[in-house]
Write a protein that binds this ligand. Structure first.
Ligand code: TRP
Ligand code: SF4
Length: 527
């Protein structure tokens, strides 16, 4: 039982009916706020692309070998930097997948999406990690340790029953892993309170342990890279995106060097850089081989050719200041956290023409990728982490069976993996549909599969890998050949079958869980 009313910190509690992985439905309201501990309604997925910079998964789909059905059906709709992981898969290079589960209730069909994603990446050859976010459940949701132990076991049994291989993969709980705690501490030195306040809405009332659970999650996300940096995907719901963004930032902040592109000795921001690139491209075209493009020429060009604006004015000012200095593209290594030895080693390792400054090195014959790789190598050689920015994939939230949000506090709205198969059958039979008022109308107009929670069950779960079956249900529905009564009966039976089988498998994997390297009982005082 959760104790959401027992607010231990200042984070808004009222809207906390979301399920622990954020496995709730697209709801109403036009807000797109991404709040890991708030309501997980996403009214408009397009806004996530426009406002938050999440990228569309579909564009990457052709590059993913043998994509999972959740990818093929658009359930996994967005990503950050997943190309890195797809490339590693294609080239047989190391990669990892990790996700975490807050043990606040029963595992349900929303969690199954994430379990399946982890397991799929494991089968594709990745190092797979699943963790129990017990510190977060205790500090952010007020769960007792007894409740946490009970739920943790249930999550793990379902994960194993669905096919996670605990011998190949790694299971841990946040509270039981010293390496995670140590890494959390180190990462915490690169983040401060104001930042957490901005990202998560923390206030002076937020408990220190809740904040600690945030740095712990940052450590979770980077944990697969402790032995060796590698592309890592974090499959989650979009409500977890703030965590992913912070982890990507912290990974960079931990680095010895940051690698940027530059055109002259001064620093420029991204917008200014774009202008400099344009000026350089145009001017080097017109300038003969033995002449040099100079900063002041670029300033003139920008004033003649580009629309006025803040970025143009600041770029021009910098260029004028640099005057006769040549304008030349280069990659820049900025010293962030490097030891003196490491900085010296980097200087030595840069091939080709270079210029060394107090806190940076400019290299003229290196591509950006090669420069990043070189920086990572030097960092690793000198005892740094060398983190690769973690990637993520985002799945859609399921609609509740009763319409509206899927909510753990409304049992009829969702199906727990522990539900009695007969109850599962009944819940599907009682679900709202995208059907028409009468059978005649349905035959005439067709059903609204796109708005139907029952169709979602087929697409997300019941059709499994069988795309043809999923398509048949869809086509028959919208074509008016399928009526809701029969359609629900079929889905209800499939659900009953799935639950019975899943629960049988859960019993079969009990031994596997006992043997797995994870502590099942927390030995903690009650407080
Ligand atoms: N915060 C996640 C949730 O609310 C759980 C979690 C903890 C997690 N650590 C993680 C998710 C690392 C992904 C990666 O369910
Ligand atoms: Fe939904 Fe099936 Fe009815 Fe179509 S026929 S609206 S998929 S229940």
């Amino acid at each position: 039982m959760t104790r959401d009313t027992d607010s231990r910190d200042g984070v808004e509690q009222a809207d906390r009916e979301k399920l622990p992985d954020g496995g709730t439905a697209a709801g109403d309201g036009d807000d797109v706020a991404l709040d890991p501990w708030g309501s997980a309604a996403v009214a408009d997925y397009r806004k996530l692309f426009e406002e938050f910079g999440i990228e569309e998964f579909d564009e990457l789909l052709p590059e993913v070998p043998d994509p999972h059905y959740l990818m093929r059906r658009g359930v996994i709709f967005g990503h950050r930097d997943y190309r890195r992981v797809a490339d590693a898969m294609v080239n047989d290079e190391p990669f990892a997948a990790l996700s975490g589960f807050m043990p606040t209730g029963d595992p349900h069909i929303g969690h199954k999406l994430v379990f399946d994603e982890i397991i799929w990446h494991q089968r594709q050859g990745g190092d797979a990690y699943a963790l129990i976010a017990d510190l977060e459940a205790h500090s952010a949701r007020g769960m007792t340790w007894d409740e946490i132990d009970e739920h943790a076991r249930d999550y793990l049994l379902s994960l194993l029953a669905l096919g996670f291989d605990p011998e190949e993969g790694t299971l841990y709980r946040q509270s039981g892993d010293r390496d995670v705690q140590d890494l959390a501490f180190e990462l915490g030195s690169k983040a401060n309170f104001s930042e957490l306040e901005n990202i998560y809405g923390f206030s002076g009332e937020t408990s220190v342990s809740h904040m600690q659970s945030v740095v712990t999650q940052m450590a979770d996300i980077l944990y697969p890279q402790l032995d060796e940096p590698k592309p890592t995907v974090i499959p989650v719901g979009p409500d977890q995106d703030p965590h992913v963004r912070l982890a990507r930032d912290l990974a960079a902040r931990m680095g010895y060097f940051s690698v940027t592109e530059a055109y002259a000795s001064f620093e420029a921001d991204a917008e200014e850089r774009e202008l400099l690139a344009a000026a350089y491209a145009a001017l080097s075209e017109e300038t003969s081989e033995d002449e040099t493009v100079r900063c002041e020429d670029a300033a003139d060009w920008l004033e003649d050719e580009m629309a006025p604006g803040a970025a143009r004015e600041s770029a021009v000012a910098k260029l004028r200041e640099a005057g006769k200095e040549p304008l030349r593209p280069r990659v820049r290594f900025l010293d962030r956290n490097a030891t003196e030895d490491a900085f010296e080693a980097l200087i030595g390792a840069v091939e080709g023409e270079k210029r060394v400054f107090d806190e940076h090195v400019d290299a003229f014959d290196l591509s950006r990728e090669d420069a990043e790789e070189l920086a990572r190598e030097v960092e690793l050689d000198h005892g740094g982490y060398g983190f690769v920015a973690p990637s993520s994939i985002y799945h859609r939230f399921m609609t509740g069976l009763t319409g509206g949000k899927m909510s753990s506090s409304v049992p009829a709205s969702h199906i727990s993996l522990l539900d009695d198969p007969e109850d599962g059958y009944d819940k599907v039979k009682a679900a709202t549909t995208g059907g028409r008022e009468t059978a005649e109308k349905q035959r005439e107009l067709g059903g609204r599969a796109d708005e139907c929670p029952v169709y979602e069950l087929y697409a997300y779960l019941l059709a499994g890998d069988d795309d043809e079956f999923a398509k048949e249900v869809y086509d028959e529905c919208v074509g008016g050949e399928r009526l809701c009564g029969d359609c629900k009966e079929q889905a209800a039976r499939l659900m009953r079958e799935f639950l019975a089988e899943h629960q049988e498998k859960r019993e079969e994997v009990e031994d596997l869980l006992e043997q797995a390297d994870i502590e099942l009982d927390s030995d903690r005082k009650r407080n």
